[in-house]
Design a protein around this ligand. Structure first.
Ligand code: PLP
Length: 231
């Protein structure tokens, strides 16, 4: 089941890349495993997945302990400053940095643990009031401030596009994020590169790949619908 889903996503990535004249090896598939049990993550692992994304610190830590050690873990959800210390040395990339304060905390913990932490800046590209992320027009200024911090390397941008019925509607936002990354890259800011563009989820990842995504975050399309417990 999960293996079939992963194969399907792989074929879709290939098709989108072909359309855009890109190579599929420029696109990393992150299996978003939030709310799913380790048994299902192991199925994905056996089907070849080595990159997993979680949005809650405790859940990431629990799964980190239980899963094989060659997995690359991605923190994709909103991160509270008091939880930074638990994950800086366990994740390959924090996708969701949108404030100087959070970046300062990551920097402090990175120095303590003697690691360099790769981060993305989360941009609220569509200006939705319900979403985290920095405004597009404030992104460069924030990047310049964060770039000066030790122990942190800014690797690119991330966005969560609006929830839409037609994936095509999000093409404009993916194109805008790509353009923003190109513009910032052209400024040649020290300690900043714009090599990673994390955009596209189950409903719209093919459009995101066509527009230049290098990282797509797919949950439902691999593991099926999520069941959230009513508390
Ligand atoms: C849950 C989540 C995803 C995956 O969403 P699907 O629609 O299930 O693919 C991607 N990115 C972030 C930040 C998420 O929280």
């Amino acid at each position: 089941m999960i293996r079939d889903n992963i194969d399907q996503v792989g074929r879709n990535i290939s098709r989108a890349c072909e359309k855009a004249g890109r190579s599929p090896d420029q696109v990393t598939l992150i299996a978003v495993s939030k709310t799913k049990p380790v048994s299902l993550l192991m199925e994905a692992y056996h089907a070849g997945c080595r990159e997993f994304g979680e949005n809650k610190v405790q859940e990431l830590l629990d799964k980190y302990e239980l899963m094989p050690k060659d997995i690359k873990w991605h923190m994709i959800g909103h991160l509270q400053r008091n939880k930074v210390k638990y994950i800086v040395d366990k994740v390959v990339l924090i996708h969701s940095v949108d404030s100087l304060k959070l970046a300062e905390e990551i920097s402090r913990e990175a120095l303590k643990k003697q690691v360099e932490v790769s981060i993305l800046i989360e941009v609220n590209i569509a200006g939705e009031t319900t979403k985290y992320g920095v405004k597009p027009q404030e992104t460069e200024a924030l990047i310049r401030e964060i770039a000066a911090l030790p122990g942190i390397c800014i690797q690119g941008l991330m966005t969560i596009a609006p929830y839409v019925d037609e994936a095509e509607e999000n093409r404009q936002y993916f194109a805008q994020l790509k353009q923003l990354a190109v513009d910032i890259n052209n400024k040649n800011i020290d300690n900043v590169n714009m090599s990673i563009l994390s955009m596209g989820m189950t409903g719209d990842y093919m459009i995101a790949v066509e527009e230049g995504a290098t990282c797509i975050r797919v949950g439902t399309g691999i593991f099926g619908e999520r069941q959230y417990q009513v508390k």
